[in-house]
Design a protein around this ligand. Structure first.
Ligand code: SF4
Length: 748
């Protein structure tokens, strides 16, 4: 039998490795790394050894995959279902949405979506055309803060995504002389950056890492700043203060291109290293040493991860990170923090935010977005203010999105205030596991009139749905993936058939939203009959359709990188036309224009009343392979390698609590308790514990109260989503700071 080889893009994590899929008669035979990808030498070792890739067939052909649409027959959560056709599912969902819209208005529909395991623009496009502003997204705590902060203060995102890598010159030497990483476990989450950072370090590049935990990234560091969780802004401001005080900043760049230096210097003076030491636990001399190393080894590159994005003080920390790079002239230079945009007038193949059609949502509906008016930076009002400054300068939409605020939507669902929210569409996301305050998420999902989930497997969230719909995985759909936050793209084709009559009927997100949209009068906007047809059209600016694009030697689109674009484009896309150290947009939105450190609202300093019962600081969400967020727990070969959730506890702390390595322990906050297995780990401060996220147990029963073990070890039973604790600018909820206690679980 002839073997077919198809190039496609793996989406089991954000590394976007392109792979060659060998199949026979529509069945997977094997997957290999793709040597035609120009990033091959950086990708290959990672793809080859990737445990998720090694388990690909087990995953794709898993007997528990949802193969046909399911409709609930019992009570919600009873796990009783009947198989129905796609036509029946789409007809019924469309009818029920129409009835709800007629009763409550289009804003009664909310949507949740995950992080890029699907075709992300399709959902918001449907929602905007339906008339609802209430698309909630993990983007509020992942990617959105970096994008919106950078765009507000310098007019466009700076490159930081997983596809990033350290640049090398033509002789093979690393271009940055210093790398500063904040809250990132590169080996687990950023394969190319990890490989290239190690290569660069070997060739003499300095590495500085800020992280409360020892990781393989901190092992690489010349200077590891092990700070108290949540204090990143104070630490960065102290570095800025040192650089200004010692006159190390790039005066020529600051004078010519930056706005608000004097105000910044005044604010930075509030964070002298001695003061920062008291806040962060990092010795003042160490802070100064790091600041001088960063300032004297240019060009230098900074990069932050979820450890920064998910802080209570996230926007302020990101703002300080960008300011640090800016005062050293490290913005948009080779080896520094690259501005990823293309100038206005350039044809853009995949303008993802533009494809969402935000202009189709009427202003009166935008104004109803839950959370706008309070958390403005990531909602419609902030997006439109930022957009007004950058739309004439840059091509495309800067990846700017407007998200409804998930914690406030939950409260709206439960109270009906300010208006009823009664239905939810969940695409490739598992809010019971991935949203803070899982108990509240559960109550809200249970109370909906209509809940639709589209996914690969029956997740705890899907157990509460009215309809559960089967999704095409990355290998069963084409995928044109822009990366780097720019318009550079890597493409792949569907390698296996999504529909095999009698076996499975997987729909892409495009198929689903198109089917639903056509039933609801949106046919004009879903003119492409398939995702392939859409990509043929989207790739036109490259002069190719998808087939021709794949046939070209490398299968990527990679415009030349142009540096110091502000010199030829007349400055920065901001109100002052300069890079704003003092942000006019933040000020216009009613926020502090400069970074200011705020003590987390649940810390030993801010809540001394809690510390007798909850003396430890809890951080969550460090990445660990082979899993990716809440995925892959049903893949037997991966679970054999990593069977249990792990909590890291310092050996002294464990000993005092009578806990031994390998014991199951309770981790408890004011919101509840869960169990994870103790790993005694001296790379964490004795007063800090780290818990893994995303844990559920697909092998446990689906019906309530089990919901596939979602209450056992799910860290989000313990996290908080109180809007008072969310970042005042973005609404991001705090996943890195809480007070907890740990004690041995006597019976398990
Ligand atoms: S799961 Fe593995 S192969 Fe797939 S993109 Fe991530 S690192 Fe690459």
């Amino acid at each position: 039998m002839a073997t077919k080889v198809t190039k496609t893009v793996c989406r089991w994590c954000h590394a976007d490795c392109r792979v060659q899929v060998h199949s026979e008669n529509g069945r997977l035979v094997k997957i290999e790394e793709d040597p035609t990808d120009p990033r091959f030498d950086k990708i290959s070792p990672r793809t080859k050894g990737c445990p998720r890739m090694l388990a690909a067939r087990e995953n794709i052909e898993h007997p528990d995959r949802i193969r046909f649409p399911l409709k609930r027959t019992g009570e919600r959560g009873e796990d009783r279902w009947e198989q129905i056709s796609w036509d029946q599912a789409l007809d019924e969902i469309a009818d029920r949405l129409t009835a709800l819209k007629n009763t409550y208005g289009p804003e009664c529909l909310m949507a949740t979506q995950g992080t890029a395991r699907h075709t992300m623009w399709t959902g918001p496009r449907f929602m905007n055309l339906f008339g609802s502003p209430n698309t909630a997204s993990q983007g509020t705590i992942c990617y959105g803060p970096a994008t919106s902060t950078a765009t507000a203060i310098l007019g466009w995102p700076v490159q930081y995504r997983a596809d990033d890598q350290v640049p090398f010159d033509s002789s093979g030497k690393p271009i940055p002389r210093c790398l500063l990483f904040l809250g990132m476990t590169l080996s687990e989450s950023h394969p190319r950056l990890w490989k290239t950072a190690r290569d660069a370090k070997r060739m003499g590049t300095k590495v500085i890492v800020m992280d409360p935990r020892r990781t393989r990234t901190t092992d690489l560091a010349d200077i590891w700043l092990q700070h108290r969780p949540g204090t990143d802004t104070a630490l960065l401001m102290a570095m800025i203060q040192t650089i200004i005080e010692e006159g190390l900043y790039d005066k020529a760049f600051v004078d010519r291109w930056c706005y608000g230096f004097d105000q910044l210097a005044e604010r930075a003076n509030e964070y002298r290293p001695e003061k920062a030491e008291a806040i962060t636990w990092v010795p003042a001399d160490r802070i100064r040493e790091a600041a001088v190393m960063y300032a004297t080894h240019g060009p230098a590159k900074t990069q932050h991860g979820m450890g920064t994005e998910q802080l209570e003080n996230c926007i302020e920390a990101i703002q300080a990170r960008i300011i640090l790079a800016a005062i050293m002239g490290n913005i948009d230079v080779e080896g520094g923090d690259f501005i990823t945009g293309l100038p206005a007038g350039t044809s853009v193949p995949m303008d993802l935010a533009g494809l969402e059609l935000p202009e189709k949502l009427p202003p009166a509906q935008k104004a109803k977005q839950i959370g706008d008016g309070r958390f403005k930076l990531l909602s419609h009002s902030g997006r439109e203010m930022i957009w007004a400054y950058n739309k004439d300068m840059w091509a495309g939409n800067a990846n700017l999105r407007a998200y409804a605020h998930f914690p406030l939507i939950l409260r709206t669902v439960l109270t009906g205030k300010p208006y009823p929210v009664r239905a939810c569409l969940t695409m490739f996301s598992n809010p019971l596991l991935t949203q803070a305050n899982a108990k509240l998420v559960y109550k809200a999902l249970k109370s909906l009139d209509l809940y639709v989930v589209k996914d690969l497997f029956m997740t705890p969230s899907a157990q509460l749905a009215d309809y559960v719909l089967p999704s095409a995985a990355w290998i069963e759909r084409p995928n044109v993936e822009p990366f780097g936050g720019a318009f550079r793209i890597v493409a792949g084709e569907a390698a296996l058939p999504a529909i095999v009559p009698g076996e499975h009927e997987y729909y892409t997100d495009y198929d689903f939203y198109r089917g639903l949209g056509i039933r609801l009068g949106q046919e004009t906007y879903w003119a492409w009959k398939s995702l392939e047809e859409f990509y043929d059209s989207a790739l036109k600016p490259t002069g190719m359709d998808l087939r021709a694009f794949m046939d070209k030697e490398d299968g990527v689109y990679w415009p030349e990188e142009v540096y110091r674009k502000y010199e030829t484009m007349g400055g920065f896309a901001t109100p002052s036309g300069k890079l704003e150290l003092y942000s006019n947009i933040f000020e216009q939105l009613g926020y502090d224009p400069l970074p200011r450190y705020e003590e987390p609202k649940e810390s030993p300093l801010s809540r001394p009343d809690l510390t007798a019962q909850y003396p430890m600081m809890l951080i969550t969400g460090g990445r660990f392979r082979p899993f990716f967020h809440s995925e892959h727990r049903q893949i037997a070969s991966l679970r054999r390698k990593y069977p249990h959730p792990i909590v890291q506890i310092h050996p002294e702390t464990a000993q005092k609590a009578g806990i031994e390595d390998g014991d199951w322990v309770w981790i408890e906050t004011v919101r509840g308790r869960i169990r994870q297995k103790c790993l005694c780990f001296d790379g964490i401060h004795p007063q800090v514990v780290h818990c893994e996220h995303g844990w559920w147990f697909p092998e446990l029963p689906g019906e309530e109260p089990w919901l596939r073990g979602m209450w056992e070890s799910n860290i989000n039973v313990l996290t908080d989503d109180d809007p008072e604790r969310c970042n005042p600018r973005s609404g991001g909820w705090p996943l890195k700071t809480a007070l907890c206690n740990v004690y041995k679980c006597e019976v398990y």
